[in-house]
Write a protein that binds this ligand. Structure first.
Ligand code: CO
Length: 217
């Protein structure tokens, strides 16, 4: 593991190279940000949101937690969504899960790690809700993959049901909530076809996304 000193040196080299390419880059960014996207992803170190989407600083607002869970009582996540939607006026919220998620796996196995078990309880609720569908996926890796996918779809629903997003739609603000999932083993994002841009389309989009999962295998 590189030392903190190395990280500081890397940082100076990075800032120099950005400056060399675009001498006003930091100056422009320091006065304002206008990202078009809010990313809600897993805290996993292998899923670096801006890197894997080819974006640069200033283009994506980011919230990450274990297993990319959106809970209506989580003031941290709600504050991020509120600021992104009402102040920054992002046009897209992306909920991005990933295959092989340790948090989702712990929920599926009902493993015990301490305090975090309470957080992962939300993923266990997703498991319980879709238990038969998950079991029909096949062996353990297939069931885990399906729970990772379902967890994204359910968290998109949770985002869409926040007062923040509902009020944005009522105001006529253009805002789409999207569900994506990332493959650690190939670096690719998959579209879960869970795309909601109005309160009235939520139920139909949810059903369609679940149907697509069933057809996939
Ligand atoms: Co994860």
């Amino acid at each position: 593991m590189p030392s903190i000193q190395t990280l500081l040196e890397n940082n100076r080299a990075w800032a120099r190279s950005v400056n060399a390419e675009d001498p006003t880059f930091f100056e422009r960014l320091s006065s304002q940000q206008s990202p078009g996207y809010l990313w809600i992803g897993c805290a996993d170190s292998r899923v670096p949101s801006t890197q894997l989407t080819g974006l640069v600083p200033g283009e994506m607002f980011v919230h990450r937690n274990v297993a990319n869970v959106v809970v209506h009582a989580d003031l941290n996540c709600l504050s991020v969504i509120q600021y992104a939607v009402e102040v920054l006026k992002v046009e897209h919220i992306i909920v991005c899960g990933h295959y092989g998620c340790g948090g989702v796996e712990a929920a599926l196995r009902d493993s015990q790690f301490g305090l975090i078990d309470n957080w992962l309880r939300h993923v266990q609720d997703v498991h319980n809700k879709h238990r038969t569908f998950i079991e029909s996926a096949g062996d353990f890796p297939a069931r885990l993959a399906r729970l990772c996918e379902l967890n994204v779809i359910e968290q998109v629903v949770n985002v869409a049901q926040t007062t923040i997003v509902r009020q944005a739609w009522e105001r006529g603000q253009q805002l789409t909530v999207n569900g994506l999932i990332y493959g650690l083993d190939d670096g690719l994002l998959r579209d879960l076809q869970m795309r909601v841009n109005s309160a009235k389309s939520l139920t139909a989009q949810f059903k369609q996304a679940i149907d697509n999962l069933g057809k996939k295998k």
